[in-house]
Design a protein around this ligand. Structure first.
Ligand SMILES: Cc1ccc(-n2nc(C(C)(C)C)cc2NC(=O)NCCCNC(=O)OC(C)(C)C)cc1
Length: 411
């Protein structure tokens, strides 16, 4: 071995073990293809400041490509509205990787579900008037920071928007995270059949992606933020689409999801979206929808005013319609969205999105290993099982094999 044995022994004796520093038995709060997450507190002997932490045990062993990417990415990023990586633990005996994060008691998926079920039993949840505006402001600040560092999120949805709880010094602050479902494709070496048919939703997916756009863009993140804004206002996913259980092809084209978008937004005309005919799946679109005449009377304004009595002249609606421009070139950048009049007029956005109000939501439940936790957000919005596009899978498979060979050469 390239390090002399005695020095290695000293190192491993001194190395802080995660189980010595943190108490996490029976405190699992998340599990998915990425690994599992525990809500943990430092033991008195640990040198971590008191408080709650999220301890993520990464799936698999050794430095997988996704572990590498998550560590490399998060150690460079520091912003109040982006989840922060506090510490990395490498357990040499088991080659396990543990990541320590600040713990967020809440997330928009659970919060919106709480509001929706409260509505159903006619009990209102009392929230500050600037609740949506504060959340939107902090999501856009976080995304502006990521985009200015050329980091695209690619999977923005309510479950990935965390909010700090009342025991945190950052009470009511939004933290953008990625609880890692869509990174399924980066779980190499797991034979496709073994990947449990996790469900991903297409409800936050921009139309250009559904029509075969080959690259993620900043505008794709802004579309998802528009979807989240509408959902905060109505407590319903704007482009909710029941996903049939049949095995999905790996094609990006999803007719039902597009149908839902057109029945809310109307069908994009040549004037609305000049580049539409150049998208790879335009042929499928014409075959399935023709000239879209059947959607002529639909529009976002009509949908929001009928389903929620929202005025088409309100600043809230104007920002929403800018974010949900069908043509990606017409969507604002995060900075342009932050400069929208909506954020400049009263009530102004607050640092604590609950604005001092009592926080009505419960704490996260602990997951016992036996129960297969169906309502875990990572499996949110049960929809059709997805099969990674074969080409993406093979790609990441090749990269992983390469990485593994390199590692073998190293050791
Ligand atoms: C492979 C990979 C997985 C995730 C990420 N990633 N990317 C981001 C950006 C884009 C927001 C900066 C953030 C992450 N990673 C995470 O957010 N990891 C969070 C793990 C902590 N989990 C966590 O707090 O879960 C509960 C259930 C307590 C909310 C990167 C790479």
């Amino acid at each position: 071995a390239w390090m002399d044995a005695d020095f290695r022994r000293q190192l491993s004796a001194r190395r802080e073990r995660v189980e010595d520093a943190f108490e996490f038995e029976g405190r699992k709060v998340g599990r998915g293809s990425y690994g599992q997450v525990f809500k943990t507190k430092p033991r008195s002997c640990a040198d971590a400041p008191a408080g709650d932490y999220a301890l993520k045990q990464i799936e698999g062993s050794g430095l997988s490509m996704s572990a590498c990417r998550e560590i490399a990415l998060l150690r460079e990023l520091k912003h109040p509205n982006v989840i922060s990586l506090k510490q990395v633990y490498l357990a040499h005996e088991t080659r396990q990787i543990w990541l320590l994060f600040d713990y967020a008691e809440h997330d928009l998926w659970r919060m919106i579900n709480f509001h929706a079920s409260a509505k159903k039993c006619n009990s209102q949840v009392s929230l500050p008037p600037n609740f949506t505006k504060s959340i939107m402001h902090q999501i856009l600040c976080g995304i502006h920071y990521l985009h200015s560092n050329w980091v695209l999120h690619r999977d923005l949805k309510p479950a990935n928007i965390l909010v700090m709880g009342t025991t945190s010094p950052e009470r009511g602050r939004v933290k953008i995270a990625d609880l890692g479902l869509a990174r399924l494709f980066h779980q190499p070496l797991t034979p496709l059949t073994e990947i449990d048919p996790v469900v991903v939703t297409f409800w936050y997916r921009a139309p250009e992606l559904l029509l075969g756009a080959r690259h993620y863009t900043k505008a794709i993140d802004l579309w998802a933020i528009g979807c989240i804004m509408a959902e905060l206002i109505t407590d319903k996913p704007l482009f909710y689409c029941k996903q049939e259980e049949d095995i999905k092809t790996s094609s990006p084209y999803n007719r039902d999801q597009l149908e839902r978008i057109f029945s809310v937004m109307g069908f994009p005309s040549q004037q609305d979206w000049r580049d539409l005919p150049h998208l790879p799946k335009y042929g499928d679109l014409v075959r399935n929808f023709g000239t879209g005449q059947q959607y002529a009377r639909f529009s976002l304004g009509r949908h929001m005013s009928r389903s929620f009595g929202m005025s088409e002249t309100s600043p809230e609606f104007r920002l929403l319609s800018r974010l949900l421009a069908m043509d990606p070139l017409r969507r604002p950048s995060a900075r342009e969205a932050l400069e929208d009049r909506y954020f400049l007029e009263e009530p102004r956005p607050a640092a604590d999105v609950f604005n001092g109000f009592d926080i009505p939501y419960g704490k996260r439940d602990f997951i016992s290993d036996s129960s297969d936790n169906k309502d875990d957000p990572a499996r949110q919005q049960q929809s059709q099982p997805v099969h990674a596009s074969l080409q993406q899978y093979q790609q990441s498979h090749q990269q992983a094999l390469l990485l593994q060979q390199q590692q073998q050469q190293l050791s």
